[in-house]
Ligand binder design. Structure first.
Ligand SMILES: [Zn+2]
Length: 122
């Protein structure tokens, strides 16, 4: 698969509310951000897999704008071992901290296209 085909497949997964990731079938490395070549061993033998969509917060940053609205960006470590930067959605800011369990949630960001976000699991 070339990069455009991988990105297209990711968009299709998102609209089915599935979180994709890539596994190198040569060395076993797993990663999220679409690439046509394994960043570890440079193999092109890659498979798109479906994540359970559950993991924990590895790092997080809260941004507050001039109106006091809060946006939280987290680096999430998924159970399958890959990392993803994503918005964390919550009504309880105190629930968002390192090592907290999160799961994926999909939202339609632009018409006809969903994208992954994360919410905390209590
Ligand atoms: Zn590899």
């Amino acid at each position: 698969m070339n990069l455009n085909e991988i990105i297209q497949t990711y968009y299709e997964y998102f609209n089915k509310e599935k979180l994709p990731y890539i596994k190198c079938t040569n060395c076993g490395y797993v990663f999220y951000y679409p690439r046509a070549i394994c960043p570890k061993c440079l193999s092109k033998k890659l498979s798109i897999m479906e994540s359970k969509g559950e993991g924990e917060i590895y790092s997080e940053t809260k941004f507050v704008n001039e109106k006091g609205q809060v946006t939280i960006i987290g680096l999430i470590r998924l159970e399958e071992g890959f990392m993803i930067y994503a918005n964390i959605l919550t009504n309880r800011l105190e629930d968002v901290s390192i090592n907290k369990k999160v799961k994926v949630k999909f939202k339609e960001v632009i018409k006809g296209q969903k994208f992954p976000f994360f919410t905390t699991i209590s």
